[in-house]
Write a protein that binds this ligand. Structure first.
Ligand code: HSE
Length: 311
C-alpha cells in the first residue's frame, strides 16, 4: 500500500447552458491538487492550503475535502484512519468552474487510491456531493460527476442517482473566461425562481434533449442551437458584466454556443477547433479590459480522464 499520493482533479463547466443541475463536462485546465499522506495517528489533519488567499477553512469538519473524505472513511468502516491533507488551489474560488468540486474530487480520488481503489469513481460521486452540500447548501452533481468521470455527463436522476457518461466530438474545444468578480454559488442558486411555466419547461427540455442528441450525433450545429437557457440565464446574467455583449462577441468570433459556466461569473463558448477558442478568449478579455475588469482565460479540450495521480 502507498503511504502518500499527489492527485490532480479538473475544473468543470456545469449546466452547459440548458441543463441546470443535470449536465456538465470536465476541462484539462485549470484544476486542483491534493497531496495526501497516511499518518498512523487517528483523524484527518489539514496541514496546508495554498492558492486560496486564506479563504478556506483548515478545520476538517468545515473543509469540503476533509468532510467528504470523512464520509468516505465512515462508509468503508475506517472512520479513524489517520490522514494528512495538503490542498493546492490552482483555480479561483467562486468562479463557476467547479472549484470546490475539483478539490473534493482530488481528495476522494487520493484517499481511494491510497486504499487500493476500494470504490469506483462512479461510486465516489455521492461522497463528493456531500462536499458540494457543505460548500453551497445543495449536493448537486453536475460538477463532481464530470470531475470524477471525465467527459460530458448527464445526471438523469438524483433520487435514485443515475449518471450517464456522454460522448463528445473529438474536435470540440471550450473557451473559458473568468471575469474577476465574485459570485458565490449559494447566492447564485438563491436568486433563481423556484417555479417555471410549462411552456418554458417544454422549451428547456427540448434543448437538453437536443444537446445530448448533438453530442451523440457529433452535430455541432445541433449542439450550438440547443445551448439556449430561458429559465436561469436571464436572472443570473445580471451578475456578469455585459453578459449579452460578451455573447455577441463570442458568437461573431465563431462560437457554436455560449453561456454561463456553472453559476458564473465565468462564461464559456464551445468551438470546433482550438484556434477559434483562442480567438474568442482574446476578444472577450480585450472587451473586459476595456470596461476595467480583469479576467483569466483557459482554452481546453474536453477532459476525458477525470482525476489523475501525479508523479
Ligand atoms: N448546477 C449548479 C448551479 C452548478 O448552477 O448552481 C454550480 O456550479
Amino acid at each position: 500500500m502507498k503511504e502518500s499520493i499527489k492527485v490532480f482533479a479538473p475544473a468543470t463547466v456545469a449546466n452547459v447552458v440548458c441543463g441546470y443541475d443535470v449536465l456538465g463536462f470536465a476541462v484539462n485546465e485549470p484544476g486542483d491538487e491534493v497531496i495526501m499522506r497516511l499518518t498512523g495517528k487517528p483523524g484527518i489533519h489539514i496541514s496546508k492550503i495554498t492558492g486560496d488567499d486564506g479563504r478556506l477553512p483548515l478545520d476538517p469538519a468545515k473543509n469540503t475535502v476533509s468532510a467528504s473524505v470523512q464520509h468516505y472513511l465512515n462508509h468503508i468502516g475506517k472512520p479513524d484512519l489517520g490522514l494528512e491533507i495538503e490542498l493546492h488551489k490552482k483555480m479561483p474560488i467562486g468562479s463557476g468552474l467547479g472549484s470546490s468540486s475539483a478539490s473534493t474530487v482530488a481528495g476522494l480520488f487520493a484517499v481511494n487510491s491510497l486504499l487500493d481503489n476500494l470504490l469506483t469513481n462512479m461510486e465516489l460521486v455521492p461522497f463528493a456531493m456531500k462536499g458540494e452540500e457543505l460548500a453551497c447548501g445543495y449536493g448537486h452533481a453536475d460538477n463532481v460527476a464530470p470531475a470524477l468521470l471525465g467527459g460530458f455527463v448527464l445526471i438523469r436522476s438524483y433520487e435514485p442517482l443515475d449518471i450517464i457518461s456522454l460522448p463528445s466530438p473529438e474536435g470540440l474545444y471550450a473557451a473559458i473566461v473568468y471575469p474577476e468578480v465574485d459570485v458565490p454559488t449559494k447566492d447564485a442558486r438563491q436568486m433563481i425562481r423556484s417555479k417555471v411555466f410549462l411552456k418554458d419547461a417544454v422549451t428547456q427540455w427540448g434543448n437538453v434533449a437536443g444537446l445530448v442528441s448533438g453530442l451523440f450525433l457529433k452535430d455541432y450545429d445541433l449542439i450550438g442551437r440547443s445551448m439556449t437557457d430561458i429559465l436561469i440565464e436571464p436572472t443570473r446574467s445580471i451578475l456578469i458584466p455585459e453578459f449579452y455583449k460578451l455573447r455577441s462577441i463570442a458568437m461573431e468570433a465563431g462560437a457554436i454556443g455560449f453561456g454561463i459556466s456553472g453559476s458564473g461569473p465565468s462564461v464559456f463558448a464551445l468551438t470546433k477547433d482550438e484556434a477559434t477558442a483562442a480567438k474568442i478568449t482574446q476578444s472577450l478579455q480585450a472587451h473586459l479590459k476595456g470596461i476595467s475588469i480583469n479576467s483569466l482565460s483557459f482554452v481546453s479540450k474536453v477532459n476525458e480522464k477525470g482525476p489523475v495521480v501525479l508523479d
